[in-house]
Design a protein around this ligand. Structure first.
Ligand code: NAD
Length: 260
């Protein structure tokens, strides 16, 4: 049984991972870690569950920490996992450069998997985008539109940034080619721009469209996640992959193609 420690356990994704683990074979939910101020309310809702506000005292060597929380918690998780010999599956988005560096440092000591999106569909969308761009002339315009629920903290989504980064790399463009929304008299669209647009509202789980526009024709590549379980099962597949992996920084591509 793989011992899981959930960080951000009372959140939307934390609860989805707990449900997926309960429905899957081979996982033991060892600890639910949350901010101290959240624990009384969640503990009252289900008295059968135990909660902790300390990741440090919840983690031991051989555990897998599954992190869907917020930047400061992710940074602490990277440090605790490296110090205690636990693997880390991290899906938190909108991280700053220091936190990314802390994750990379942890991956020199333990197995770490970072993904802005754990769904298999998005992994397939990334491949489809790469092949489509390879088949098209470089004159086609690229715009990315994402939609998420009103509670999402970071904009644009981590997945939109990954898709934009993939497209920029394929076109040989730098990160400053990304154009986040447009307002006012911005003039004609430059050819080497990648537009990224974030829509927020309602309960959308995650919706990403890549629009490729040519002369008198266009292509839309779209992925819609309608249920968080899609991400939760991906995170569990990542946890299963890490327990037999050496220290290193892995991606969902490694999980999908373990022999590559
Ligand atoms: P949420 O706000 O519902 O849950 C986050 C939880 O983390 C909250 O319960 C919060 O109290 C907890 N938390 C914050 N700081 C903490 C700390 N220091 N210690 C312990 N717990 C702490 O958010 P969510 O929708 O579950 O998303 C969480 C993160 O995961 C976001 O960054 C989101 O963008 C990302 N996300 C990633 C994927 C993916 O596939 N990679 C999918 C969905 C969401």
């Amino acid at each position: 049984m793989i011992p899981l420690v959930l960080l951000g356990a009372a959140g939307r994704m934390g609860r989805a991972v707990a449900r997926a683990a309960a429905e899957s074979q081979g996982f033991r939910l060892k600890a639910r870690v949350e901010r101290a101020e959240c624990i009384p309310a969640v503990a009252a809702r289900d008295p059968g569950e135990s909660w902790s506000d300390s990741l440090e005292s919840s983690v031991a060597a051989g555990d897998v920490v599954v992190d869907f929380s917020a930047g400061p918690a992710t940074r602490a998780a990277a440090r605790v996992c490296a110090a205690q010999g636990a693997a880390l599956v991290s899906g938190t988005t909108g991280l700053d450069a220091e936190t990314e560096a802390e994750i990379e440092a942890a991956s020199r000591r333990v197995a770490v998997l970072r993904a802005a999106n754990f769904s298999l569909g998005v992994a397939a969308l990334r491949r489809a985008l790469d092949e489509t761009l390879a088949a098209l002339p470089g004159t086609w315009d690229i715009e990315i539109v994402e939609r998420h629920h009103r509670g999402k903290a970071d904009s644009p989504s981590g997945t939109a940034l990954v898709l934009a980064g993939d497209a920029a790399a394929r076109r040989g463009l730098k990160k400053d080619a990304l154009r986040f929304g447009r307002e006012g008299r911005v003039g004609p669209r430059p050819a080497d721009e990648i537009g990224v647009h974030a829509i927020r509202g309602g309960t959308w789980v995650g919706d990403h469209t890549v629009l490729l526009s040519g002369e008198g024709e266009w292509i839309e590549l779209r992925h819609v996640a309608s249920d968080r379980q899609a991400f939760a099962y991906g995170a569990l597949a990542a946890a299963r992959y890490l327990v037999t992996s050496s220290p290193g920084l892995y991606t969902m591509n490694d999980v999908l193609n373990p022999n590559r």
